[in-house]
Design a protein around this ligand. Structure first.
Ligand code: PHE
Length: 337
């Protein structure tokens, strides 16, 4: 055994002894400085390693490290014994690795909403938010839903009394935003929405991101361009979209937007029921009737709007078959993403 190795082991023994003998905090601190300090004995021994023949260095280096660990542990334990008594110190093995605190993470839905808003942000939209408890006026009337018209039934509304309801979509924010600002308007509205619906693809509470652009000379081509860019950024660069004629009381013309099936790429499979397409969102050109409610001049401006189902978008992007996975709070599921 090299002389240095013997010296290291002797130092370790003496240090352990010093820690055990230290009767008060001051003595313990002297022990720490003498053995473990920046100018202490172990530091000096590590310096001497350089002078050893190459083949002896690894063993001596390991011995110094071992001595450091032992003496650090002995010091910590003696400190604890002084503070809390030897019984407590005996229960604790200060050389055990610590327990890592569990790290939280954002829910898949929050992350998906942020990502959607970030993409539209890059396309020039600003994020605004609005109330989940709404009036009939904003949720229906000012969006051109005629009173007692069957289109209101499409929404399966949850009423909360006093003429209030849980918003069935984020579209009320179209009216609230236009009431407050003059055009040009380029906003997206992330938020919770509610309907009397409950099955594997519908939850009574779900999430939408509304989009509204009102400016000079906007056409359906702008709508399609924005949504094509969104689909490319959110799903994958080659993702194709198609617009299908549809109906909403507050857009004219209206279009349902599909994306090419994320599973088969359009060839047809079980997910897309053989059609090659998946329904993603509702959209259209803002019905000029809305401008009457907010004092915009339909001869001056035009606009488009869309409402994207966030839960649906997340299910498509991550291949989820049951929307309930998103709401059961099961960490085994949620931590996969
Ligand atoms: N609000 C509609 C829905 O929830 C979606 C939509 C928004 C359609 C904006 C057109 C324009 O089904």
């Amino acid at each position: 055994m090299s002389e240095l190795l013997t010296a290291i082991e002797k130092t370790a023994r003496e240090g352990l002894e010093a820690a055990a003998q230290a009767g008060d905090a001051a003595a313990l601190e002297r022990m720490r400085v003498e053995y473990l300090g920046a100018k202490g004995r172990l530091t000096e021994l590590s310096r001497a390693l350089g002078a050893l023949p190459k083949d002896q260095r690894p063993a001596a280096g390991q011995a110094v490290n071992r001595a450091k660990t032992e003496l650090t542990a002995a010091h910590a334990k003696a400190l604890l014994a002084l503070d809390r008594g030897p019984d407590v110190a005996d229960l604790l093995d200060v050389t055990l690795p610590g327990r890592r605190p569990a790290r939280g993470r954002r829910h898949l839905i929050s992350r998906t909403m942020s990502e959607i808003c970030r993409i539209f942000g890059q396309l020039g939209f600003t994020v605004v938010e609005g109330p989940e408890v709404e009036t009939d006026y904003y949720n229906f009337e000012a969006l051109n839903f005629p009173a007692d018209h069957p289109s209101r039934d499409m929404q399966e509304t949850l009423f909360v009394g006093d003429g209030l309801l849980l918003r069935t979509h984020t579209s009320p924010m179209q009216i609230r935003t236009m009431e407050k600002t003059r055009p040009p308007v380029w906003v997206v509205v992330p938020g919770k929405t509610y309907r009397r619906d409950d099955d594997v693809t519908h939850s009574p509470m779900f999430h939408q991101v509304e989009g509204l652009a009102v400016d000079k000379g906007l056409t359906m081509a702008d709508l399609k361009g924005v949504l094509t860019a969104f689909a490319a950024a959110f799903f994958s660069p080659e993702t194709k979209i198609r617009l299908r004629p549809s109906f909403f009381p507050f857009t004219e013309p209206s279009a349902e937007v599909d994306i090419a099936c994320v599973l088969c790429g359009g060839r047809g499979c079980r997910l897309c029921k053989g059609s090659g397409w998946l329904e993603l969102l509702g959209s259209g050109m803002v019905d000029p009737a809305l401008y009457g409610f907010v004092g915009y001049d339909p001869d001056e401006v035009s606009g488009f709007a869309f409402g994207l189902g966030v839960d649906r978008a997340a299910m498509l992007k991550y291949g989820l078959s049951n929307i309930r996975h998103l709401y059961e709070g099961d960490l085994r599921f949620l931590t996969q993403f």
